[in-house]
Design a protein around this ligand. Structure first.
Ligand code: PEP
Ligand code: MG
Length: 572
């Protein structure tokens, strides 16, 4: 059977499906048992099994990520919790399950009401440990993503950034989900890892069978289950061809980023943190165009302290030396959540208190990050960038926070470095104010993922509206062109750091529109260098002019096909 979704990234995966369904117990009711020693033994053995699982998980993770699970072991060993559970089993004749439920929930309620944010953060850990114990008590196997036993295609309803943060990537052949669109965060991560992914497959979790062989084709956007031996052979050949093509493209990785007539385009790297694997491509890029700092927060089990952040930022800055590192301030909200922070409940979170707005509402979180960034700036060339600004006032307000953070450091006699200040252009209202924006910032970067989402009013995560979320909408190129003109006139740098900036087919249009800086995932550097070398600047400019006259996305695609026919593109 062949099922259709949205193909993101590229390539073909062949392997068994692994259905990732995070355990969520049915609501429990009070349960009693007179078999006190039996229930005590059940609880003790569940605790032992939980500890063994956690130890196994830690073995597969680096130190930072393992610390999350080490904290869970500490909770398992907490004497007060342990005594209360045993007292409940003995005194109240609770079953082991009910005792775990009651005691952990009571602890969470107590922690949830404590004013100290650091203590409150432990609430999410308690919830995780409780679920682990209940799952074991109900005899259910672990279905995590952090230590997979074999190479698999992961099938899930939805993969949240917090799921992917601890995912055992070496064993993931492909990703297929029910939710999510081409620029959702799962898609961005899949692309940056070079893993084939198909998102938005309707009813996937009813279709997918754990262990069943499947073929995932990210180009065609299909999942094929129960393939025949012939289909399997074809898929394996396609996978081999794709792997060969990837290898060939990598020949471009250490080339200069020049158009056919030698115009230099600065290429930057989008990274999610300071881990060595993130920084591995540093020598092939001219700068970091997007340091998504939210991953530092999402990988932790508490808000990273100022010192912890300084260490991470410093590592990136030192790696890039005098080359700019664009540090985007915390961008959470929408599908990016923190397990230890309860964001306000909203009907439309993507239109709500996200990113900069959330930082304005939580000044201490924002100021801690800004102080860390300013301290780290002493060690390199740091450019600070605000996400989701929707007005000039937002940008000015964010700048006052930077000044507050600077004076807080000065009061303590702590050295702060010089930084450039910029904004992400990802809300149409700010894009339209680009000429005025140039007066308030040193630079800007266009986030085409969100810009497209807000411009077309189509949720980037929702497959049902994927046909409306048009990445190639002429309106998007017109806005990008307007912003490029404003920044060129002001003589200030403008970059594109959304997915479009790493799309080798879109790159000639962006350069033709006036962009001279593009930032992308490491896996896109080689294909983009190859695409740049395939056309002259004049050819790219005439292509951009044609695109600006288009009335629909279909027409933009037709223009690209026409260009491909002339040999400007390999294929579209
Ligand atoms: C964007 O919106 O284009 C962007 C780069 O930010 P993110 O994808 O992290 O929202
Ligand atoms: Mg964005």
């Amino acid at each position: 059977m062949v099922y259709h979704g949205i193909g993101v990234s590229c390539g073909v995966a062949v392997g068994p499906l692994y259905c990732y369904e995070p355990f969520m117990p049915e609501p429990l009711c009070a349960e009693h048992s007179e078999d006190i020693s039996g229930q005590t033994a059940l609880y003790q053995s569940a605790k032992r099994a939980a500890r063994e699982e956690l130890a196994r998980v830690c073995e597969h993770l680096d130190e930072d990520k393992a610390s999350i699970f080490q904290a869970h072991m500490e909770i398992l060993d907490d004497e007060v919790i342990d005594e209360e559970i045993l007292a409940g089993i003995k005194g109240e004749q609770w079953t082991a399950q009910w005792a775990v439920e009651q005691v952990y929930e009571n602890c969470r309620a107590v922690l949830g009401s404590v004013p100290d944010a650091l203590i409150r953060e432990r609430e999410a850990d308690l919830f995780d440990v409780k679920l682990r114990l209940l799952r074991i008590l109900q005899g259910m196997p672990e279905r995590g993503l952090c230590c997979l036993e074999q190479s698999v295609i992961v099938a899930a309803k939805e993969l949240l950034p917090s799921d992917t943060a601890t995912m055992d990537k070496a064993n993931v052949l492909g990703i297929v989900t029910e939710m999510g669109g081409a620029t959702s965060h799962s898609a961005i991560l899949a692309k940056s890892w070079g893993i084939p992914a198909v998102l938005g497959v309707a009813n996937l979790m009813q279709i997918a069978r754990c262990g069943e062989m499947a073929v995932l084709d990210a180009e065609a956007g299909t999942l094929e289950t129960q393939p025949t031996p012939e289909q399997l052979a074809v898929a394996k050949a396609a996978r081999g061809a794709w792997q060969k093509q990837m290898k060939e493209a990598t020949a471009w990785i250490d080339k200069e980023p020049l158009t056919k007539d030698g115009v230099r385009i600065d290429l930057g790297l989008n990274i999610g943190g300071a881990a060595d694997e993130e920084l591995a491509a540093a020598r092939y890029a001219g700068f970091v165009g997007l340091l998504r700092t939210e991953f530092l927060y999402m990988n932790a089990n508490h808000f990273p302290t100022e010192d912890e952040q300084v260490e991470q930022y410093k590592k990136v800055l030192r790696t890039f030396d005098s080359r700019p590192v664009v540090l985007r301030t915390l961008d959470i909200g929408g599908d990016k959540t923190l397990r230890y922070f309860r964001a306000p409940r909203e009907d439309n979170p993507l239109l709500g208190s996200r990113a900069l707005r959330l930082c304005f509402e939580n000044p201490e979180i924002f100021l801690t990050q800004l102080r860390a960034a300013l301290r780290a700036a002493v060690h390199g060339n740091l450019w600070l960038m605000f996400p989701m600004a929707s007005s000039i006032e937002d940008v000015c307000r964010a700048k006052t926070f930077v000044e507050t953070a600077r004076s807080q450091l000065a009061q303590k006699g702590v050295q702060a470095g010089r930084v450039k200040i910029g904004a992400m252009i990802e809300v149409p209202s700010l894009a339209l104010m680009a000429p005025e924006l140039t007066r308030e910032v040193d630079f800007a970067s266009i986030g085409t993922n969100d810009l497209c989402q807000y411009l077309t009013a189509a949720d980037r995560m929702n497959p049902a509206v994927a046909p409306y979320h048009q990445n190639w909408h002429p309106a998007l190129f017109r806005l990008v062109g307007m912003a490029a003109q404003a920044f060129e006139q002001a003589g200030k740098p403008l970059c594109v750091c959304g997915e479009l900036g790493g799309d080798d087919r879109a790159v000639p249009i962006l350069v033709g529109l006036g962009l001279r800086r593009l930032s992308m995932n490491a896996s896109r550097l080689a294909p983009v260098k190859q695409a740049l070398a395939s056309m002259t600047l004049a050819q790219m400019q005439s292509l951009a002019e044609r695109v600006l006259k288009c009335v629909s996305e279909a027409e933009v695609r037709a223009v690209l096909c026409d260009e491909a026919g002339k040999g400007g593109y390999e294929d579209v």
